[in-house]
Design a protein around this ligand. Sequence first.
Ligand code: DGL
Length: 264
Amino acid sequence: MTIGFFDSGIGGVTVLAESLRRLPAEDYLYMADTLHVPYGTKSKEDVQIYVLEAVDRMIRQGIDALVVACNTATSITINELRERYSLPIIGMEPAVKPAVEMNRATGKKVLVFATPLTLQQPRYYALVSRVDEEGIVESLPLPELVHYCEALQFDRKIMGDYFRSKLASYDLNNYGIVVLGCTHYIYYEEILRELLPPHIQIVDGNVGTVRRLMAQLTRYGITADKGSGRVRFMCTGDEPEYLAKMQTALTLLQEAAVTPVSSE
Ligand code: DGL
């Protein structure tokens, strides 16, 4: 059993880390589309082509299930991927639904961080209009954040200033939850935790995604406990240094055992 994980870059490694925690006996193939990262500031048409090309390449390598560990790619290509391939395909969407449920009692608003492209998609509008009966969901695109993440910019001062400038016009007392609706953003959970008021919870969709993966594997009868938890990294640009970067990111996430949040 090999589970494929796909993202534009290193964001999906956060989901892979969660999957390895819960499904340690499976084998994994992780593909980053380094030739085209970031997706979130490109056109829908271009991203669609990039995702299909990269996933075709993964399919040729042999995978038994696919996790699209990217909210942006999911919002644009998930239907087409499911039509094209018969294997189980698990997508990701900003964890708006659990956030609205968790937040209900507080009477405060929910703020969703995601890429501009994710927030422009009909899939996102449909999600919000389905779950946001009280009109408490607001969205904030962070177009620069994937660039910072890919450049491994985790300096607390620089990134703290970045987030503060993005949030300058918000009265954070009115918000109860921030949703990290892009897998790259999860690397900034700790920095955000330090600057957001303590009453604000930070949630992401990683745990929920891995739970859906587990349910699908059971449904298709393809869970394996014979694998070794081996992870093979690939990237569309075939850069050896990027493969090392992904391995380092995974090791750090595993050491930190970060479970930033939970849509559990
Ligand atoms: N990691 C991706 C997501 O979850 C997007 C990154 C990008 O813009 O390339 O949305």
